[in-house]
Design a binder for this molecule. Structure first.
Ligand SMILES: CC(C)(COP(=O)(O)OP(=O)(O)OC[C@H]1O[C@@H](n2cnc3c(N)ncnc32)[C@H](O)[C@@H]1OP(=O)(O)O)[C@@H](O)C(=O)NCCC(=O)NCCS
Length: 385
């Protein structure tokens, strides 16, 4: 789809709860995030609400569209839930983007939330596993961490990366989270500590893994003709794309090439009329450290098989050639699954509008990659001021 001037889409406000193990329920976390935007926009202008939630198993709740609209005091609007496991948040934004670009609505709100700690780790692992093919993967008890571990082993075998290289991603993202007051884990770690942390699914260890988090995020988008009513610094969505790959990794020819991410990114670069070297800032889906490295390659930041060298050479540190996961990423900002895609957009919005405080970088073009399943549904956004 070519960008037509009549229907450009801008982010005019974004809010996020503190991420972590929270006492509040999921909807209360939404209210915390919503309060941050309610002061900036006129809530009654919101014509549509799209909500990304991974699972009804944490709080035995569906019908999030109606529930969120009710709690926001926005009844009689178009309001419904979208689903793509960990990509649900970005998919909610994609839906809002389509609503604005089509001319159907002038102002729409994307919401993401998850209350994972309502269940224990075993139950969470089982719930996350429902994002795998039931017959091919779930019945064989192959958990999500085990699947990412297979990608890591294959990658290390094929390209010569070492476990320490994976840990460098965790060290970087933990360092960034120190400067993010809303991050789940604010603790500096070392490669040695990561290497010595307990195994989750070898070679992945505790400190290669995103934590189990609670949290919510909201992003409000508006058409060009009304965007400046709400803010002097609207952030333009240059591209919003989705691609999907096989659900089961057993059906893929190449385990270490996230084809859906590459496909969504190619479409996004074309829509945005940008190339990978134009990107200064990225929030990528580092649910396990190996994935951040795979995504460097799928996004064109590094040639195939050489993504780990970006981590080794510090090119993706805050202020480096491309600042990646300045928020702390899923690893340390936290990964409240349905909220994660919008937490990424929240960070980019903060950065592009120069509100990121001590973690501020100099950037005006950014990309976000959110994925569901094991790189099965990829959602890519390119944003600019
Ligand atoms: C890695 C994992 C299994 C650890 O869970 P666990 O073994 O139950 O760990 P606990 O909750 O008992 O936590 C033990 C300690 O480690 C810390 N911790 C837990 N997960 C952590 C993580 N990923 N990184 C750093 N520290 C972590 C806890 O804060 C806790 O510290 P404390 O004792 O000082 O409070 C769990 O976080 C997990 O499953 N993560 C992956 C989630 C996932 O797959 N997401 C979807 C991907 S798309």
């Amino acid at each position: 789809m070519e960008n037509r001037d009549a229907s450009l889409c801008y982010i005019v406000a974004a809010g996020m709860s503190k991420i972590g193990k929270r006492g509040e329920d999921g909807v209360a976390l939404f209210v915390e995030a919503f309060n941050e935007v309610a002061n900036i926009i006129e809530p009654r202008d919101i014509e549509a609400i799209y909500v990304g939630v991974q699972s009804e198993r944490y709080e035995h709740q569906i019908m999030y569209g109606a529930l969120i609209a009710e709690r926001a005091g926005l009844l009689m609007r178009e309001a419904y839930r979208v689903e793509a496991c960990a990509a649900a948040g970005a998919l909610a934004l994609h839906t809002a983007y389509m609503a604005v670009r089509s001319g159907l609505h002038k102002v729409a709100m994307a919401v993401g939330l998850e209350k994972m700690t309502a269940k224990n780790t075993e139950e969470v692992t089982d719930s996350l596993m429902s994002a795998s093919d039931y017959y091919l993967d779930q019945l064989n008890n192959i958990t999500i961490p085990a699947q990412y571990a297979m990608l890591a082993r294959r990658y290390m075998h094929d390209f010569g990366a070492r476990e320490e290289d994976l840990c460098l991603v965790a060290v970087k993202n933990h360092e960034n989270a120190l400067y993010n007051p809303k991050a789940h884990i604010q603790r500096r770690i070392t490669v040695e500590e990561c290497m010595n942390s307990r195994p989750v699914a070898r070679p992945l260890k505790l400190l290669d893994s995103a934590p189990i988090s609670d949290g919510a995020a909201v992003v409000v988008v508006a058409s060009e003709d009304v965007a400046r009513r709400y803010t002097d610094t609207p952030v333009r969505i240059l591209a919003s794309t989705v691609s999907s790959d096989t659900l089961s990794i057993s059906q893929r020819r190449d385990l270490t090439w996230p084809r859906a991410v590459h496909s969504a990114a190619e479409k996004a670069y074309k829509q945005a009329r940008l190339k990978p070297s134009d990107i200064q800032l990225a929030e990528v889906h580092d649910c396990f450290t190996i994935n951040e490295i795979l995504l460097y390659e799928a996004l064109g930041f590094a040639p195939r098989g050489r993504g780990y060298l970006l981590a080794r050479e510090g090119e993706t540190q805050r202020g480096g050639r491309i600042s990646v996961n300045t928020s702390g990423g899923l690893k340390a900002r936290g990964h409240p699954v349905g909220a994660t895609g919008l937490a990424q957009i929240y960070e980019i919005y903060q950065q592009l509008t120069k509100q990121a405080g001590k973690r501020q970088v100099d950037a005006d073009r950014a990309i976000a990659v959110n994925e569901g399943g094991v790189n099965s549904t990829a959602v890519v956004h390119v944003l600019a001021v």
